[in-house]
Design a binder for this molecule. Sequence first.
Ligand code: 4AD
Ligand code: MG
Length: 432
Amino acid sequence: MEIISMRQAEDFLDQEVIVKAWITNKRSSGKIAFLQLRDGQVYFQGIVLKNEVGEEVFELVKTLGQESSVELQGIVQADDRSNLGYELLIKSIKIIGESHEYPITPKEHGTDFLMDHRHLWLRSSKQHAIMQVRNEIIRATYQFFNDRSFIKIDPPILTGSAPEGTTELFHTKYFDEDAYLSQSGQLYMEAAAMAFGNVFSFGPTFRAEKSKTRRHLIEFWMMEPEMAYTDHEASLKVQEEYVAFLVRSVIDNCRLALETLERDINQLEKYCQLPYPRIEYTDAVKLLQDNGFDDIEWGEDFGSPHETFIANQNDQPVFIINWPKSIKPFYMKINPDNPETVLCADMIAPEGYGEIIGGSQRIDDYQTLAENIHKYGLDPEVYAWYLDLRQYGSVPHSGFGLGLERAVAWIAGIEHIREASPFPRLLNRLYP
Ligand code: 4AD
Ligand code: MG
């Protein structure tokens, strides 16, 4: 007899199979018991009939606690009422591991309680659905970049440099030296682009940001493509094609997960349409001022109300392009049409999810970069290798970073970014 996941139910219709599962809930009346089950891949219903399994097993089933693990033998049946479309008519049950007084019950729990039990909370159907979306975004990322002959390069996590400014660094000792956990692999990806043309990374990054918002994690994963012989315009095209591809892939491959999350597919479909609108930073400031935001001046960074207002002008992600150089990192190339600004863009997701991508064209000229390293007060010794890239066959190049958990939160349509990470690192939370 085959051991299957109920995900494969369609291929085993009316056949007797073995399924290894956990009980999430149950109810019984008289001669019939309904078990809500999960086998890790899908959630499904199992039916136990007293006259099929016998009095003894039937009584035993009634005593099984939530999250007991069981090996089931039964027949796969069609069931139109469930999302899955199939259920299991159980013939026999073997108890693998008992579970008593499982802390997370079907009633409502507070967020702190759930976060303290994150190791168990992950088993719930909503968390399962979110992780499916996350997994699909990762899978689609590899597909998108592999299809375009980008090679995956892994930048280091322990570094001496700070691409995105020195205020949010996690400091650690590296034997006798000072080191930091990587904020971004970008600088290394630039070296890789000069070696391999088109590259991308996907790995953990760290920001010691003392912010407690629904968009910030201390540890998050970032996709960072970097492209040689590519100007910012061409990079923007890659960015929108990439994001549209992610949304498309989730729609096509995560049907059950999106149903569980009650995500409106029609809304997601709109995000597959290209191109995405663009607005110059300068025009965005005017738009905000004209609409009663008197707290914003040219030269200031946007907060989430500003981002959300601009995003709400459209039903698609929007690029805010050409930001003031004074509020952006040292490596961005000056915009020749307006030298107070740099060739960069933030992609803002709709529905208030905020910035999901930051990207720019990089300075490719030795002199300008050397001056900026000085101006920004960075240690020239630490960045000597980075400057080298401008000395030996420098070319125009651009890249960007997409925050995985921000993308997951947006596409899955969840309230808070903490649920987009299996074990989120938040301000004041290192447990579990
Ligand atoms: O805009 P950021 O800081 O850009 C960079 O790090 C560039 N070096 C990327 C590059 O050009 N290669 O971060 C990029 C993205 C943001 O748009 C956001 O999606 C995500 O990373 N991000 C965060 N996600 C969760 N929590 C945080 N604290 C985040 N900070 C940035
Ligand atoms: Mg940014």
